[in-house]
Design a protein around this ligand. Structure first.
Ligand SMILES: Nc1nc2c(ncn2[C@@H]2O[C@H](COP(=O)(O)OP(=O)(O)OP(=O)(O)O)[C@@H](O)[C@H]2O)c(=O)[nH]1
Ligand SMILES: [Mg+2]
Length: 427
């Protein structure tokens, strides 16, 4: 799972990245602070309890495990995650974030970081646009008091750049593809689109939903030989919608807020989500948390002072942290983590599967309990999961066993959220 943080320069992309990943990166009030992309991992809590809670129940009911004691620092969790953590059955899973250089108008023609910017986004499952909802920077990211740009303009310009970039890629070789389509029909167009766009992460389903989306938008959608730049832009835009679903962080909401209603209705009409926040405020709380001064729950914008915090922070510093958390909780949607959670589990419909080797004890080959929690698209089959775990496991797939029921499941069996799966494969 990979999500790109995009937008014009100087809006707070790197501030959001740093707040989410706790990786220190360059942040400054001028355009193009970031040139080469920053890549890092953020941890999201799964919406439902880790299945180690079921294992715990079973063991407690057969007397093999004592009830959760007050001294249990893991508050009942008994899994051993290979990455991330699980405390109180709250399992954290990794999502990779890419913080790219700012996008300026004309990027698809090479302005700013140009096409390099766009290829940095290539393998992203979704994009989150950071918008300066305070309007304190112009479209090129220069600081200019208030009213520098309208949030809706920032959003539309990003969409235009992405569409123009995709359109440029499709344009190359279009004439030959449209001539082939006269004899072979739509399949020639599909082949062309796939071969041109796999490099930026498109698969057959993105192309199919793009082609479906243009019906009704073009008077004669299959009259490919008469397609000009306008029609190619229309299909580019339709493919972009499924290839790069876009949600928005309305950032710098701590300064004055420009009217964002038009932005909200535009983003929501395309299946996206808008959350208002201040990445800078979230970063301040994250930093206090990683210095051990507070225990911070980013989804609720709540924090508690630690013993160290009680000792070290002055009254003034405590008041500042209180006021930051108060303003963060005044915006709905759970801030940066709330938005990413919504993008992953609602917009991208990801479910979680727990691959194990032993279907009764739910352990891997080394005896580790439920070591992996893998995010997969809804509709993923048992064999699909095998390929996600390892290509050898997918190629040698023989059957799988559902760890909860003990039943054998076939290659085409669709997984449900929370399934525990033991895959048997030829080596
Ligand atoms: N008031 C306010 N300032 C913010 C907020 N988030 C970021 N900033 C400031 O905005 C400026 C730009 O932040 P960056 O994170 O470097 O922005 P960027 O989008 O990564 O910029 P480029 O890498 O140049 O494209 C910095 O001065 C930040 O401190 C916020 O929520 N509120
Ligand atoms: Mg940056």
């Amino acid at each position: 799972m990979r999500i790109g943080l995009v937008g014009k320069p100087n809006v707070g992309k790197s501030t959001a990245f740093s707040a989410l990943t706790e990786i220190p990166v360059d942040i400054a009030n001028y355009p193009f602070t970031t040139i080469d992309p920053n890549v890092g991992v953020t941890w999201l809590p799964l919406p439902s309890d880790c299945v180690c809670s079921i294992l715990r129940q079973k063991r407690e009911s057969t007397g093999r495990l004592d009830p959760i004691g007050i001294e249990d620092t893991r508050r009942g969790s008994i899994c051993l995650p290979n990455s991330g953590s699980c405390i109180g059955f709250r399992r954290m899973v990794p999502v990779t974030l890419v913080d790219v250089a700012g996008l300026v108008p004309g990027a698809h023609e090479g302005r700013g970081r140009g096409n390099q910017f766009l290829s940095d986004l290539s393998r992203c499952d979704a994009l989150i646009q950071i918008v300066d909802v305070s309007g304190s920077t112009d479209l090129e990211g220069n600081p200019i008091g208030s009213g520098g740009s309208k949030p809706i303009e920032e959003h539309k310009f990003l969409l235009r750049e992405l569409d123009s970039w995709i359109s440029g890629i499709i344009h190359n070789g279009w004439d030959r593809a449209s001539r082939r389509a006269q004899a072979e029909g739509e399949s020639a167009i599909r082949d062309h689109l796939i071969s041109r766009l796999t490099g930026i992460g498109a698969n057959e389903s993105h192309i199919a939903s793009g082609l479906l989306d243009i019906n009704g938008k073009l008077p004669n959608p299959s009259d490919y030989s008469n397609w000009g730049p306008g029609e190619i832009m229309t299909i580019s835009s339709s493919i972009r919608k499924s290839l790069f679903p876009i949600s928005v962080i309305a950032n710098k909401a701590d300064i004055i807020v420009e009217d964002g209603e038009e932005l909200r209705s535009e983003v929501e009409s395309n299946g996206g989500i808008v959350v208002y926040t201040s990445a800078e405020a979230e970063l301040a709380l994250r930093r206090a948390s990683s210095s051990g001064l507070i225990v911070y729950n980013p989804e609720k914008s709540e924090f508690k002072l630690t013993d160290l915090g009680q000792q070290k922070l002055s009254d003034q510093q405590r008041l500042a942290l209180d006021s930051i958390s108060e303003s963060l909780s005044s915006w709905e949607g759970g801030g940066l983590v709330g938005l990413i959670t919504e993008v992953v589990f609602s917009q991208l419909s990801r479910i979680v599967a727990y691959p194990v080797q032993d279907d009764t004890r739910w352990v891997d080959g080394d005896g580790k309990t439920l070591p992996d929690a893998v995010l997969v698209p809804k509709g993923t089959t048992a064999k699909g999961l095998a390929f996600i775990v390892h290509s050898d496991l997918g190629e040698g797939f023989v059957r799988a066993i559902d760890g909860k029921s003990g039943m054998v499941i076939g290659a085409d069996h669709e997984l449900k959220d929370g399934d525990i799966v033991s895959i048997q494969a030829k080596s």
